[in-house]
Design a binder for this molecule. Sequence first.
Ligand SMILES: Nc1ncnc2c1ncn2[C@@H]1O[C@H](COP(=O)(O)OP(=O)(O)O)[C@@H](O)[C@H]1O
Ligand SMILES: [Mg+2]
Length: 457
Amino acid sequence: MAKIRTQYVCQNCGYNSPRYLGRCPNCGEWNTLVEEQVEAGNNATKKATTTLTGLVAKPQKINEIDSKQTPRVKTKLNELNRVLGGGIVPGSLILIGGDPGIGKSTLLLQVSGQLSDEHHRVLYVSGEESGSQIKMRAERLKVAGDDFYVYPETNMDSIRDTIRELKPEYVVIDSVQTMQATDVSSAIGSVSQIREVTAQLMQIAKSNNITIFVVGHVTKGGALAGPKILEHMVDTVLYFEGDLHHTYRILRSVKNRFGSTNELGIFEMHTNGLSEVKNPSEIFLEERLKDATGSSVVVSLEGTRPILVEIQALVTPTVYGNAQRTATGLSRNRVSLIMAVLEKRANLMLQNQDAYLKAAGGVKLDEPAIDLAIAVSIASSYRDKGTQPTDAFVGEVGLTGEIRRVNRIEQRVAEAEKLGFKRIFIPKNNLKGWTPSTGIQVVGVSTLKEALYLALG
Ligand SMILES: Nc1ncnc2c1ncn2[C@@H]1O[C@H](COP(=O)(O)OP(=O)(O)O)[C@@H](O)[C@H]1O
Ligand SMILES: [Mg+2]
């Protein structure tokens, strides 16, 4: 019988300490250390690394290594393929995180059904729902498939045995926080458990060439529950996000060993499951009021795909002493910075104004190229002067009020043209080196003041 030892593990970063500490010395978070019991001499991580690939490897010359090009498996959901970098890489471990109720189980059930339709064997392990609950959902989503196995189980040993027996090509683990590795005695969902479960899944995936999808819960702050370690261990991390009050869902890749990150897939949630949104820009612009003030459109580039999004601003005189700035889907810091630049470089008196900013449609935008549109919306609302509904804006705003160059300008301009925009404002420095199409008027601007003058008069 191995000796049981107690240690305190930070639930945020995985740091462990032999005694309780109020603040984690590693990540600086308060009250994150939780008592966990480990068997002495049974170090979960040590075991995991020695068996990670299941191979006894020795150094080899790079020129002598075979590069097996295994083709990617394309699912029927093109949006998912895109986010994965062109399809599923066999033998990879894919983590899908997201808020509760966002549709992680729905997505994976649909994908499982489609894969089994194409004669792949799929095992869907659920630690959250019973077989009949899954069946009910499967009926609603019209998921059937002959080679589709549902397995309500949380014990990793049983799961491993079942995988060995059934030999599936795809396994879904819903969710990693509900699985239990028997040789770790700490509570289900604790850092040590999650780490060990993930290490075991990694080992199963790599040594049997099975693709494993793992669902991970996120905490209130939006990070994956459990430490960052989880993200380091897996091959691909996808986040499923969106506003629960909207039907749109966005699948975002934040780590991908086999493709580019920051790729987006957009879905719509219906009663019968998730369907792809082929042309997201149309949706994000659908409800736009044509002659409203405080509205402008930006061509934001998410991954390799440009998306047009309306940025709305409402600027009103402040009632209380200090002005409020609220931003939905945009970073508040970015908004504050742009307001300061507007004040100093474009002479807008914003210090006694409240400002509410929103990226319409529930998307989150986080790239510098959206700055100009934010500035134009704020100025438009403040001056109560509408922008042209057929204008689009792209550009980063610098602290001296200059409009700075952005990447992939041609793609952005082409997307705006495709959606019927007549004029696009871009950084002047972006005009060099390419010839814009004649279907859209491209206006190069070098300062914020100039842009506001041309766009709002
Ligand atoms: N009967 C239903 N009709 C339509 N949509 C439903 C129905 N039941 C559930 N949903 C949708 O599915 C979502 C739950 O998805 P689910 O895959 O269980 O989320 P997760 O696994 O991420 O927690 C709900 O938020 C709801 O939008
Ligand atoms: Mg679920």
